[in-house]
Design a protein. Structure first.
Ligand code: GLU
Length: 591
């Protein structure tokens, strides 16, 4: 086995020399970054120019928003491989031209053989990185099944057609930018344990490839091509499935690896049985709009929704900015206490969603919010009396905040809208590129509360880990008004909530709401906040007059969104700065 591996290393390393070429010999260019676009017809906003362009091209060629979202996602799987791709999963909220709103759950599942102590050793849970960089952290990927399901149900193109732009980018290459370089740098110490990961993402000397290098991924092109020919079963059965199982159960690390890579227990049967699920959206009304989000196993829709229900009791537009932001932070604090206690895969835990999203429970929580900051952790409330009976499981839980994942927002001229967040969990997933197939596996199973054997979100075979992803669509009188989402682990929820408050209550335009300095309160003593937030007049006032304690963090979120104007126009907006900024385009720009 070791000899085979050693030979594989040599082959991969020599192929690697062909994968990465200096920019000047190539005709590969990066589209200019345009964070805001205004016009008519369809629109797209993603973190990356090639993906946004591909979506707009598809729309101009007659694709609908669901088709174009998959087109863009497949390109992002090539150009943003540390944040998303076919080795991971995600959630899509869809508003159709006919006026219905639905969601598709492509969350990864735990292999059937997993159990509450799968991440334990010698009677104790593993440290996070030991759990993460392993075969055990990889959930059964859901992305290909979700693309297939969304397209069959709501698209007009075949899976194979939507993959073509991604295949072209994987074959022709793209330019490595500073963000890509930095994301590689954060993984070097683990990628260099895994020859297939090192061959694709590191130079032969073991350092990240230089900014400006053209990176090609012919293996991923071949994987997409196989899926294009065979459909989703090209991924879930046969050679790709076998390679995934092999990589999980016997991590393909080199003999001189300086970390221990623990094996996982995924089988071909786990892959064969994977199903993307269509689910009802989590829904609340907020003032004069309807807000649709992702329900369990994501905590996105329920937590954004509960916080909005709490905030609906305040006249945020009629108070000072500091006071409005105090209410935002406290609504988030109390909603996170409930999120941490009650959200898990609904197939394994009876989530009291009706109670959590009820106005009466929100009123109870609002009564506990004072004129100054509460001391966290605040205990969870009891949503069960608001849920039609049952008993609670109240307990504290962990919260995380990584800067990974990606969100894209796409609409078409007919009124279909897609808000789609997808991920491989940590930046670089579990660090293992499936040998020969060109994509990283996820480490989504560390989103379970893996140090607890009793928490509703504990590890169990077949279960989907709780997520924070919050793809959101807002309608007014049944017509789309806003679509948005963000990466950022548990800060996704507060980012989406803060953008909604800025846009709906505090008078900001969508681009300004996306750009605004952020603070994220997740039932912790200190509120994470960006330096610009802490230093702003309202940030100072929140500290001095409202008792908020801030801990500085350089960046929170990297949102994208679309606003639909009453005159038929659209504003597509991507993050202008964070993570290098994104790109927004519309089908017919305003001249
Ligand atoms: N795994 C995270 C979640 O589902 C998303 C990844 C991230 O942004 O940290 O909530």
């Amino acid at each position: 086995m070791k000899t085979v591996r050693a030979r594989l290393v040599v082959i991969l390393v020599s192929v690697a020399a062909l994968l990465a070429l200096p920019a000047p010999t190539q005709a590969v260019t990066d589209p200019a970054k345009t964070p805001t676009a205004v016009g008519t017809g369809g629109a797209a906003a993603t973190v990356e120019g090639l993906a946004t362009e591909a979506a707009i091209e598809a729309l101009r060629g007659g694709a609908n928003a669901i088709d174009a979202a998959v087109v863009a996602a497949a390109v992002l799987g090539v150009t943003e491989p540390f944040s998303c791709g076919i080795g991971g999963g995600g959630f899509m909220v869809i508003h159709t031209a006919e006026g219905t709103t639905t969601t598709v759950d492509g969350r990864e599942t735990a292999p059937a053989a997993m159990h509450p102590q799968s991440f334990w050793e010698d009677g104790a849970p593993l440290p996070f990185d030991d759990a993460r960089y392993s075969g055990m952290s990889a959930g059964v990927p859901g992305t290909v099944a979700m693309w297939d399901r969304a397209l069959r149900q709501y698209g007009t193109m075949s899976l194979g057609e939507t993959l073509q732009p991604g295949i072209a980018v994987a074959r022709n290459g793209f330019l490595i930018d500073q963000t890509f370089h930095d994301q590689t740098a954060g993984n070097v110490d683990y990628f260099d344990d895994v020859p297939s990961s090192a061959a694709l993402y590191l130079d032969p000397d073991g350092t990240p490839r230089d900014v400006g290098t053209v990176l090609r991924n012919p293996d991923l092109a071949a994987t997409y091509d196989r899926i294009a020919r065979l459909g989703a079963k090209g991924f879930y059965r046969g050679a790709v499935a076998d390679a995934i199982v092999e990589a999980v159960t016997d991590p393909p690390v080199s003999a001189d690896a300086n970390h221990t890579w623990r094996p996982g227990v995924m089988t071909q049967r786990d892959l064969l049985r994977y199903t993307a699920l269509e689910r009802e959206p989590a829904h609340v009304t907020y003032r004069d709009v309807d807000v649709f989000g992702m329900g369990p196993p994501s905590s996105g829709g329920s937590t954004v929704g509960e916080a909005l229900n709490i905030l609906e009791g305040y006249d945020l537009a009629g108070v000072t900015r500091a006071e409005a932001l105090h209410r935002y932070l406290e609504a988030s604090r109390f909603s996170f206490a409930d999120r941490n206690a009650y959200i898990a895969d609904p197939a394994y835990f009876d989530v009291p969603l009706t109670g959590l999203l009820s106005d009466t429970f929100a009123a109870e929580r609002r009564d506990q919010i004072g004129d100054t900051a509460a001391t966290s952790p605040v205990p969870p409330g009891d949503p069960y009396p608001h849920n039609g009976g049952g008993t609670g499981a109240g307990m504290a839980a962990t919260t995380t905040g990584h800067e990974t994942t990606t969100h894209l927002t796409v609409s078409d001229r007919d009124g279909n809208v897609v808000s789609y967040t997808f991920t491989i969990e940590s930046t670089g997933g579990n660090g293992i590129v499936v040998p020969g197939w060109g994509f990283l596996l996820n480490n989504e199973l560390t989103d379970f509360n893996f140090s607890s054997t009793t928490h509703p979100n504990r590890v169990e075979g077949g279960k989907r880990p709780r997520s924070s992803m919050s793809p959101t669509i807002v309608t007014r009188d049944g017509e789309p008004l806003l679509a948005l989402g963000s990466p950022g682990g548990a800060t996704i929820i507060t980012t989406v909530l803060q953008i909604l408050v800025e846009r709906l209550d505090l008078g900001a335009s969508l681009p300004d709401a996306i750009a605004a300095p952020r603070a994220s309160q997740r039932n912790t003593t200190a509120t994470n906040a960006e330096p610009a937030f802490i230093q702003s007049p309202e940030g100072q006032e929140l500290a001095s007059a409202y008792g908020h304690v801030f801990s500085s963090t350089s960046e929170i979120g990297a949102a994208t969104g679309i606003e639909f104007l009453t005159d038929g126009g659209v504003v597509a907006a991507a993050e202008p700065q964070r993570r290098g900024g994104g790109t927004a385009m519309v089908e017919q720009p305003v001249p």
